[in-house]
Design a protein around this ligand. Structure first.
Ligand SMILES: [Zn+2]
Length: 94
């Protein structure tokens, strides 16, 4: 299953050194484009909205969960300094 390969590749990317990281990410993106897959939420947040780079949580980005009623994730990209918010949905809509 193509999507499973994407998961594996991006998981690998999270636990690998820079040298291989981009290979994994590039391959994963290729599969997504080829099979017209939707990037899963968990992995979407690994890409900076501004510079489009793959950002490793805790290393290339900072995550903060908002305490307000609407649960949102604040992600700061350490590469370009861009901060953006992602609303965390409680329900999974297909
Ligand atoms: Zn960025």
């Amino acid at each position: 299953m193509a999507l499973q390969r994407v998961y594996n590749l991006l998981d690998n990317a999270l636990h690998t050194q820079d040298f291989f990281l981009n290979d994994h990410v590039t391959t994963a993106k290729k599969i997504i484009t080829k099979y017209k897959l939707k990037m899963p939420f968990e992995y979407k947040i690994l890409f900076c909205k501004n510079c489009k780079r793959f950002i490793v949580p805790g290393r290339d980005s900072r995550f903060r969960i908002g305490k307000s009623r609407i649960k949102a994730l604040r992600i700061t990209c350490k590469i370009c300094g861009h901060t953006y918010r992602k609303i965390i949905k409680t329900k999974h809509d297909a």
